[in-house]
Design a protein around this ligand. Structure first.
Ligand code: FPP
Length: 253
């Protein structure tokens, strides 16, 4: 058993793009980008340097995912729990979308990428929200990959917000039917997006951290020890290869 696993692992480490099945690329990949702080610490750099490097990796991976035919890439850029970090780190993290879009928006437009955002917009600083909303607007007619930023996002808060909207719509009389799964999904911040097929979490942590709790019900999970700033095309290909080896049954046999 161990040898079999080891052989598979050795193989997986050297997977090339030719070995993944082009017709079975996951439609939606969600990523918990973890390990920026440790990456920086290893180099005696401030944690913000890790976040900055991580930002550049988002651009690279977006390009590769788009080329491979992934339809949606959701990245966990700032969680509702990240407010607990020191103030200077929070403010740095919340400035990054502006820098990211300031630097890369022309390239994203050239690559036909559509930008989206999901999260509680109320607490996002105006400078960040304006930059993101401008990008959402500038790219709304693009037909390539959807790059979906989870920004000030929390899975539980999202579900509570959906429940409150449903109650509000019942009271207002605009909603009369019973709620089914599809209807409930339409009240979530991911409305219009398919559920993720593949979840990637970097840096060796094996937990969900309040990410897309409803949407990940049938998602395949792939964890790697690689720190997010070190994540490269090869790792994405390994994740997709592993995904294609899984037998997804959605509760059936
Ligand atoms: C977790 O690493 C990462 C975050 C909380 C932020 C993720 C943000 C980025 C990768 C930047 C992307 C931003 C844009 C706008 C593209 P950590 O800081 O918890 O790392 P650690 O566990 O090693 O301390």
């Amino acid at each position: 058993m161990f040898n079999k696993f080891k052989r598979w692992k050795d193989k997986s480490d050297s997977i090339t793009e030719d070995e993944i099945v082009k017709g079975q690329i996951p439609n939606h990949i969600a990523i918990i980008m973890d390990g920026n702080g440790r990456w920086a610490k290893k180099r005696s750099l401030p944690r913000t340097a890790g976040h900055h490097e991580g930002m550049k990796v988002v651009k690279r991976i977006t390009k590769v995912a788009n080329r491979l035919g992934v339809k949606t890439l959701t990245v966990y850029a700032f969680s509702t729990e990240n407010w607990k970090r020191p103030e200077d780190e929070v403010s740095y993290l919340l400035k990054l979308p502006q820098e990211f879009l300031g630097t890369f928006l022309p390239e994203l437009i050239e690559e036909n990428v559509q930008v989206r955002i999901m999260g509680n917009k109320d607490a996002i600083p105006a400078h960040t929200l304006n930059a993101v909303e401008k990008a959402v607007n500038d790219t709304k007619d693009n037909t390539g990959l959807i790059l979906n930023f989870a920004l000030n996002y929390g899975g539980r808060a999202e579900i509570i917000q959906a429940v409150n909207s449903i109650v509000g719509d019942y009271k207002a009389g605009s909603l009369k039917d019973e709620i089914d799964e599809n209807k409930f999904s339409s009240y979530l911040m991911s409305n219009g997006l398919s559920d993720p097929d593949l979840l990637i979490r970097t840096s060796g942590e094996i937990r969900l951290s309040n990410f897309m709790l409803w949407q990940l019900a049938y998602t395949e999970f792939w964890f790697t020890d690689v720190l997010w700033p070190d994540f490269r095309e090869q790792h994405l290909i390994e994740a997709i290869y592993a995904f294609q080896k899984r037998g997804r049954r959605f509760g059936g046999i």
